[in-house]
Design a protein. Structure first.
Length: 320
């Protein structure tokens, strides 16, 4: 083949090589473009899903708020009060056990696309993390005021949709601080399990009530009554003698209540919920090793066990 023929063949071979290379590059670019388009498509779907999730969260929160407002307006179904905490920009509600579990089911059903849902369980006298107090300083006073004996649970959404502070009737035993795509309500629910009973003691001068119960039922109950003289108003020797006799009657009354408590302690209750005359309660529990939770129970209950149980199980919920 002549010189020109050889040159033409080399040119054709080079062109074919260039065409093949360009085809390969085109395939690579095509695959890269398809991957980018797929990523963009997934990102768009994720954004849409996130918007839908935020919308669902808002709807659930609004539904819960409407439910609380309806119950508060009618003063029925377990919502006993709704009020602002003095000096705090939050709302406080007291709810029954049944209403609490209804709220917890709503909270547990919430899901987030990212780990923006914060679950915090604080033991008695513990405070929320500094990061939360910096953003919501009113929480410190609320926790110190309301959660000294039992601790509290906080369900907080970084997207500022869910802000709940829950003070249960029994102490939080294990601290938890986690951020996830869902809230952990299980530790709060377990506080109401029936495995361990608790004791309720209501003591006044002349009468008392002792009850062993679980969150579901009253197991044992006993009323204690004694004759104690009213306070003497006159001075002199007669008053001092009268006061000595009255003190003796009170000691006898305390002894009768203590005997009933001692019998029921054989069932190994987890906690003692105490209410009534502070002086009598102090004498009753001078050497008691059980955890004692002091409450102001309604004095008009007149020792109706089921009503007392419902009041003991009342939970406080704050929105901030």
């Amino acid at each position: 083949m002549d010189l020109f023929g050889r040159k033409r063949d080399r040119t054709i071979a080079q062109l074919e090589e260039t065409i093949a290379r360009l085809r390969d590059e085109n395939e690579i670019l095509k695959e890269r473009f398809e991957r980018m388009a797929e990523r963009e498509k997934r990102a768009l779907a994720a954004r849409q899903e996130a918007h839908e999730e935020v919308k669902r969260l808002k709807e659930k929160l609004q539904s819960w708020r409407r439910m609380v407002e309806r119950e508060d307006a009618s003063n029925a179904g377990g919502i006993s009060s709704a009020s602002g905490v003095s000096g705090l920009s939050l709302r406080r509600y007291t709810v029954s056990k049944a209403k609490l579990f209804e709220i917890l089911r709503v909270v547990a059903s919430i899901r987030a696309e990212r780990e923006t849902l914060q679950t915090i369980y604080l033991q008695p006298r513990a405070l929320p993390p500094e990061s939360l107090l910096h953003e919501y300083p009113q929480l410190e006073k609320a926790v110190k005021t309301l959660a000294t004996e039992t601790g509290c649970a906080i369900f907080h959404d970084h997207n500022h949709i869910i802000h709940l502070l829950i003070i249960p009737p029994f102490p939080i035993t294990h601290p938890i601080h986690q951020e996830s795509t869902e809230f952990d309500t299980e530790p709060l629910s377990r506080l109401f399990d029936n495995t361990h009973p608790f004791l309720v003691v209501i003591a006044h001068a002349g009468d008392g009530f002792v009850m062993l119960a679980t969150p579901n039922e009253v197991l044992l109950k006993r009323e204690v009554h004694s004759s104690i003289k009213s306070k003497h108003t006159k001075g002199g020797w007669s008053q001092r003698r009268f006061e000595r006799l009255r003190e003796e009657e009170i000691r006898h009354h305390v002894g009768k209540i203590r005997d009933v408590i001692r019998t029921m302690l054989e069932e190994k209750p987890r906690y003692i919920v105490a209410s009534g005359d502070k002086r009598i309660l102090k004498e009753l529990f001078t050497e008691e090793k059980n955890v004692i939770l002091y409450r102001k129970l309604d004095s008009t209950i007149e020792y109706v066990p089921e009503k007392i149980l419902r009041e003991v199980l009342t939970t406080t919920i704050c929105t901030y």
